[in-house]
Design a protein around this ligand. Structure first.
Ligand code: ATP
Length: 460
């Protein structure tokens, strides 16, 4: 992980946030290459799951929703972690992590008092200072609260007057707009609504770089179905998620399905399978797939007193659809791709190079155009080539330093192909293309270049 973190800073993928003020814990800013990578992932996801499917539409909902949303969804009451403080060093810890890290016991579902007892009765020490002096375990709600200038009527909810919450997941905006989509779009079951956006969680122990953040991005789908179809739809989405992982180039050996045992399922779920990835710090959740039944729609019906039922033509009656939810974390996708792609290679001449083996479909720079020298008309010719290739996306032009160093720099940021313009190019209207992974070079006519690169690197 240290290698990845320092690579990200060194090569403009992600910087520690607010560094000029001494840093702000667990905040990161995606740098120019990280931002391109992130945008490419989100665009590919949107194309794959929204634009290319007739059964999908997309929305872009607000981060601040009516506070009763979170009462209805169960977040106000049960989106909690168990928290414990070390009285000696003041470390704030997740009680389940503390216990599970030192005893062979799972804390899921245990009451606060039971976890307190486990900590007291066993030889559990603070991982930071080694002392055994903890506060009792208490619940901590993970939603960030904020104050609104204009107060809501909170008479029927439990949210305090004027308090709003930064959404802890993007899903709920989709449920709130379900009826609008049905009324305004020509959708029929089964159909899905997709959304990409920020979510916020006041995690007690954020960490592992961008894996567990307070502010992160999700790509989520709520797929509305008839109850009878849930098993086949769940299977279809599991396959679609696996196919997505393959399409972005994740190593299938590092991906694992984790089926949640029935007793550990969330309050809304009848089946949940996580796609886990072997991160350098261990196997952890990358994505999730859940069958949420009709829990959310029926809760919102109850709390909003609006009917969210739709007409079922076959049955001739109004039904409340059930939901399959595939959810993808953007930041964890980036981290998995960087961990997967980061490769240190020893070359035949004894030198070493770092290569970021990213799929060309999501690489932050698609093509680098490099004049061999910064003179003799080569930059001008290279600029012409640069213009020809711009439709591939983010193309980089680089004329500074030795060609070897420029190749290494592009290898490190994952550019799949470099195009070099040399003196011969002025005569024969050809350029050299160099492949990132095998470093092989090939001479190509400028007139055939775009077609060749498109076919070799950028066709899906
Ligand atoms: P975990 O068990 O790791 O806390 P979760 O089960 O709470 O995750 P979900 O509620 O299923 O996560 O959220 C959907 C997706 O959002 C996750 O699969 C993950 O990719 C991403 N995600 C969740 N929490 C965070 C976070 N704090 N930082 C970055 N990404 C996150």
């Amino acid at each position: 992980m240290d290698q990845i973190v320092s690579f990200c800073k060194r090569r403009g993928f992600a910087y520690p946030g607010s560094a000029i003020y001494g840093g702000f814990a667990n905040s990161y800013t995606y740098g120019p290459y990280g931002t391109e990578l992130k945008k490419n992932i989100k665009d590919l996801w949107w194309d794959t799951f929204v634009r290319q499917r007739e059964d999908m539409v997309g929305i872009d909902g607000d981060i601040l929703l009516h506070p009763r949303t979170w009462k209805a969804s169960g977040h106000l009451d049960s989106f909690n972690d168990q928290l414990v403080d070390c009285k000696n060093c003041k470390a704030r810890l997740r009680a389940d992590h503390l216990v599970e890290g030192q005893l062979d016991i799972e804390c899921e579902g245990l009451a606060d008092e039971d976890v307190t007892k486990l900590i007291e009765e066993n030889d559990i020490k603070c991982p930071k200072c080694g002392k055994k002096d903890f506060t009792p375990v208490r619940k901590f709600n993970l939603m960030f609260e904020t104050q609104m200038a204009k107060t809501h009527s909170a008479s029927s909810g439990q949210a305090a007057d004027g308090v709003a919450y930064l959404r802890p997941e993007t899903a709920q905006a989709i449920f709130l707009e379900f009826k609008n989509i049905v009324d305004t779009m020509r959708v029929k079951l089964p159909f899905g609504i997709g959304q990409i956006g920020k979510a916020f969680r006041n995690e007690i122990t954020p960490g592992n770089f961008i894996f567990r953040r307070l502010e992160f991005e999700q790509m989520e789908i709520e797929y509305f179905i008839e109850e009878k179809d849930w098993k086949s739809q769940f299977d279809a989405w599991q396959k679609a998620m696996q196919q997505w992982c393959k399409s972005i180039g994740l190593d299938s050996d590092k991906l694992h399905d984790y089926e949640h045992p029935e007793e550990k399922l969330s309050h809304y779920s009848k089946r949940t399978v996580d796609i886990e990835y072997d991160f350098p710090f261990g196997r952890s959740e990358l994505y999730g797939l859940a069958y949420r039944t009709d829990f959310d729609l029926s809760q919102h019906e109850q709390f909003s007193k609006q009917t969210l039922r739709i007409h079922d033509e076959q049955k001739g009656e109004k039904i409340l659809p059930h939901v399959i939810e595939p959810t993808f974390g953007v930041d964890r996708t980036i981290l998995a791709l960087l961990c997967d792609g980061y490769t240190e290679e020893k070359l035949d001449d004894g030198s070493e190079r770092v290569v970021m083996k990213l799929s060309p479909l999501i690489a932050p720079v698609k093509v680098a155009v490099l004049p061999l020298l910064k003179k003799d008309g080569l930059p001008e010719k290279a600029r012409e080539v640069f213009t020809l290739l711009q439709h591939f996306g983010n193309i980089e032009y680089d004329e500074g330093g030795s060609i070897g160093k420029r190749y290494r720099r592009q290898d490190e940021i994952g550019t799949p192909v470099c195009v070099t313009v040399d003196h011969d190019s002025l005569e024969d209207e050809s350029v050299t293309i160099r492949d990132r992974d095998n470093m092989q070079q090939e001479r190509v006519k400028i007139s055939e270049l775009a077609k060749k690169l498109g076919k070799k690197y950028f066709s899906q």
